[in-house]
Each structure stands twice: as C-alpha cells, then as structure tokens.
Design a protein around this ligand. Structure first.
Ligand code: OAD
Length: 243
C-alpha cells in the first residue's frame, strides 16, 4: 500500500509552489513506449541513426519514416488518469509549472496550461533552411521526407542528442525549479541532462523532492521521498482524480 509522508500531504494540499517534471513513463499507461528498459526504443533502435542531427543529415527519409510511425502511434493515444489528475490539480491550484521531456503533447491534451516542453513536440515541423516552425498533425505524412514551401527540408521540431534545448524554455524550467516548495519527478530514468539536473536545482533551493516511478533510478537515493508506483495510479491518489 502506498503511503505519503505528512510533509508531502501538507504541501500537496496547500497547492502552492508545486512544480512537476515528467518523462516517458508518464505516458506509458497511455500506450506510448518509453526509451529505456526492456521494451524501450533504444533497446531496438539506433539513437545515432534516429535521434541525432548527423543521423538526419545522412538519411532524412529513414528518420522521417520512424517519426511518421511514432506520430501515427501517438495520435491514437489519449491522456491517462495521471495526465488528467495533473490538469485537474492545476485548475484547482491556479498555477502548476509542468516541465516535460515528452514530445507527445498529452499534457496539453489533458488540459494542462503551463507545459514547458524541453524536447519539443512531435506534431511540429521545422524548416532546416528558413527555421519556420509549424504544426502538422497529419498521419501519415503525404511525402517523406517533407519539404517546406521555401524548398528547404523539414525536420521534426524535437531536440536530438548533440543539440541544445530551447533556451527560453530551459530558463523558465530552471526558474520554476528554483522557486519550488514541492518538486515531483514523474516517470523519468533521470539520465538525460540537463533535464535530469532540475531535481537537484529544486532540492538545493529547499524544495521537497519526490520521485514517482515503479523502478529505481540514479535519482532515487538523492530525493526526499520515493513513491514506487505508476503515474496513473499514484497521481490520482496524491493529488485527486479528474472531476
Ligand atoms: P526513459 O525511457 O529513459 O525512462 C522512463 C522511466 O519511466 C523509467 O525510469 C521507468 O521506470 C519509468 N516508468 C515506466 N512506466 C511508468 C509508469 N507507468 N509510471 C511512472 N513511471 C514509469 O524516458 P525519459 O527519462 O523520459 O530524449 O528519457 C529522457 C529522454 O531520453 C527522452 O526525452 C528522449 C530520450 O532519448 C530525446 O529524444 C532528446
């Protein structure tokens, strides 16, 4: 049975200064595969080929075929009870900075309003030539690799390994971590930086840091409290369910 510390119960009930960081495990119960672990993408696929700027330069069609399939899978997924719990909690608290490494857009689909997407969004495309970013939700894409109206090659508007995160989003995420009283780290293996450094930023600034994850991670022994369970079960129990 899951139990919460008195401190956590009080902070969650107060609902001020709560900040959330999510990773792929947040969407696992929506049917979106994670990256690591036995069924994770990076067990079967090559990070170098599919998630680096040099992999894309080498073979854009290969990268786009993989993203096209992921877009199709994600388009069929719906927010789970965890996403909905966070959105309902935000509506009650008024403000809930929600930093996510996920590119699936499921937090916004659940109704969360202050979503800080550190790694971009799979339903946006960006022109390699003129830098224009546009939303494109078509699945499948009619042409692979897709091209911009300027003739440039389009790429997914996501952050790949070897690339820097969008500076303004990272600044806002860091500022939120620095001002947090309660920092919830949900469904991330905590190995990809700089996102994995945010719990330490929050902890150093005095936040109560809580990990929600069914598995142990490198962060587990550095946090104030660990809730071993799935996001879609733990969050409604901690923050309340969707109305
Ligand atoms: P990972 O796949 O590395 O980790 C997923 C975590 O979710 C693991 O620690 C699991 O134990 C946990 N998990 C699984 N099911 C869960 C559930 N139902 N509830 C809660 N937790 C669960 O995913 P991330 O940490 O998000 O980057 O990976 C970070 C980044 O690496 C991703 O954003 C992506 C990837 O390569 C880029 O594409 C740039």
């Amino acid at each position: 049975m899951l139990t919460f510390s008195q401190r956590l119960k009080e902070l969650a009930e107060r609902g001020r200064g709560v900040v959330v960081l999510t990773g792929a495990g947040m969407s696992a119960e929506s049917g979106v595969p994670t990256f690591r672990g036995k069924d994770g993408f990076w067990e079967k696929e090559s990070v170098e080929d599919l998630a680096t700027p040099w992999g894309f330069a080498r073979d854009p069609a290969k990268v786009w075929r993989w993203y096209d399939e992921r877009r199709r899978q994600i388009a069929a997924c719906r927010p789970n009870a965890g996403h909905l719990s966070l959105a309902a909690y935000e509506a009650r608290c008024g403000d809930l900075p929600l930093v996510t490494q996920n590119i699936d857009g499921l937090h916004a689909a659940a109704g969360s309003r202050r979503v800080l997407e550190l790694h971009g969004n799979i339903f946006r495309v960006r022109c390699e030539r003129d830098g224009l970013v546009t939303e494109d939700r078509r699945t499948p894409l009619p042409v692979i690799p897709p091209a911009c109206s300027c003739g440039g090659l389009l790429r997914p508007d996501v952050v790949w390994f070897g690339e820097t995160l969008p500076a303004r989003v990272m600044e806002e995420a860091t500022a939120a971590a620095e001002s947090a009283d309660l920092f919830l780290v949900i469904g991330t293996s905590s190995v990809v930086y700089p996102a994995a450094g945010l719990p330490a930023v929050a902890g150093a600034a005095g936040a109560w840091v809580v990990e929600i994850n069914p598995e142990e991670t490198p962060l587990s022994d550095q946090v104030d409290e660990v809730l071993r369970g799935k996001a879609a079960e733990v969050l409604p129990a901690l923050l309340g369910g969707a109305p």
